[in-house]
Design a binder for this molecule. Structure first.
Ligand SMILES: *Cc1c(COP(=O)(O)O)cnc(C)c1O
Length: 415
């Protein structure tokens, strides 16, 4: 069931009109649907039935603490990539043992704080990181549980900026080196080997690279077993795509089934790290049309949200649906590019669209819950937007709009 619908020609999130949210909280504002997040969590969780698994939501996709809190209540664990994300998870009610730590530049401070707290697994990205972690663990007198992020060298067939599992990418460790490192790790007194992990890319829309990576990992796990190294879990990362335009990605059920059927004979716990697929279609960005501008070559709808609020179209050429909040208008059709206020020519949210809007009307960018607010910035000294979460007919302000003091306060003038 879709939780963003037109009711009496007015776009709603669950039972709340987006125009009411704009009235109360201004624009641009991110609006999330609680029921959608819940549905997506269950879409991943249910097909596992009794099979041992953990769903560790990828915090970087949307790291608002209320979103993390809801996911924790649903039973999720968390995949983090920084100490900042660790603090968010703890603030949201998550426990260190719910956390796996990914990322290729973990600092000594990050390793120390998270090991001391007792996180469940470090997903290691390099030989030197393994050595650094052993040193940190020895100093603390605590055992660090690890997985090695392999680079399965599969092509996720997604945008080149979000492909991560090819040889030439900076992520992961090639299989041969990984074998050697597992053998070294086994001898380290403060390291405990638990898993194998990878993350091959994002917005993946076919099963083939996903199953290929599982097969590669299982082959490695079998080889390790023969040399006496017992792997307990396989962490397959995230990356399952969502429909933005005309993509038809596999359903989470199909995705989970294809992994479970391969892994089952080996009795491994499965860890998933979905981000986009949980939160992407659970969010819209409401924005106001400031100006309709007729140009010589092109027309422009100039809106109050820009690449600072939502960067994916500028960064990845991502296509984003842009729809009228009020479907019942006497406005004339306007063929235009939808552009933001930022002083960059790449600040285009949608190219060659047909809209029926007047100046002052509201638009919604849909499917922006993932890599939306979490990638936003203050470029051009524009405050970050508000975020609200809708639950039925209730609206929770989960992040107020930033103020000028929020932006300028940390700075100092010269003496
Ligand atoms: C970004 C990331 C994810 C989540 O990817 P999605 O495409 O949002 O599902 C999972 N694991 C790791 C290691 C990541 O870097």
């Amino acid at each position: 069931m879709n939780h963003f619908n037109y009711i009496n020609n007015q776009l709603h999130a669950e039972q709340v009109a987006l125009s009411e949210i704009a009235k109360s909280y201004g624009t641009p504002t991110y609006v999330y649907s609680k029921a959608t997040i819940e549905r997506h969590y269950h879409a991943f969780n249910t097909p596992f039935a009794d099979y041992p698994h953990r769903i560790c939501y990828s915090v970087k996709a949307n790291s608002n603490i209320a979103v993390l809190q809801q996911l924790k209540r649903l039973g999720a664990g968390f995949d983090i990539v920084s100490l900042g994300e660790f603090h968010r998870v703890i603030k949201a009610g998550g426990k260190p043992e719910d956390i796996v730590f990914s990322g290729l530049a973990k600092t000594t401070e990050e390793l120390t704080v998270t090991l001391d707290a007792g996180i469940s697994c470090f997903n290691l990205e390099s030989e030197n990181e393994l050595h650094r972690l052993q040193t940190v663990a020895e100093k603390l007198g605590k055992t660090a549980t690890i997985s090695i992020r392999i680079n399965p060298d599969v092509d996720a067939k997604t945008h080149h900026h979000i492909t991560t599992g090819k040889k030439q990418n900076k992520f992961g460790i090639d299989i041969e080196t990984a074998k050697r490192l597992y053998k070294e790790a086994r001898k380290m007194p403060f390291i405990e080997i638990a898993g194998v992990d990878y993350h091959i890319g994002s917005q993946i829309t076919t099963l083939e690279p996903i199953t290929k990576a599982v097969d590669t990992a299982i082959e490695l796990i079998q080889e390790l077993k023969e040399s006496g190294i017992q792997i307990k879990h396989l962490d397959v990362g995230g990356g399952l795509g969502i429909p933005y335009k005309d993509e038809v990605p596999p359903h989470p059920t199909e995705y989970v089934n294809s992994i479970v059927e391969r892994v089952k004979p080996y009795n491994l716990e499965i860890i998933l790290e979905p981000g986009r697929c949980i939160i992407g279609n659970a969010g819209v960005l409401i924005t106001k049309v400031e100006y309709l501008k007729k140009g010589e070559m092109k027309n422009f709808a100039v809106i109050d949200a820009g690449m600072n609020d939502y960067i994916r179209p500028s960064l990845y050429d991502a296509w984003q649906n842009i729809i009228e909040v009020n479907n019942n208008t006497d406005a004339e059709k306007f063929e235009c590019d939808v552009v933001g206020p930022i002083c960059e020519s790449s600040d285009v949210l949608g190219k060659e669209r047909t809209l029926k809007v007047n100046e002052g009307d509201l638009l919604a960018l849909t499917s922006v819950g993932a890599y939306g607010f979490s990638m936003s910035s203050n470029y051009n000294t524009r405050p970050k937007p508000a975020e609200v979460l809708v639950d039925g007919d209730k609206v929770h302000l989960i992040r107020r709009r930033e103020t000028y003091e929020d932006m300028i306060g940390p700075e100092n003038l010269l003496d």
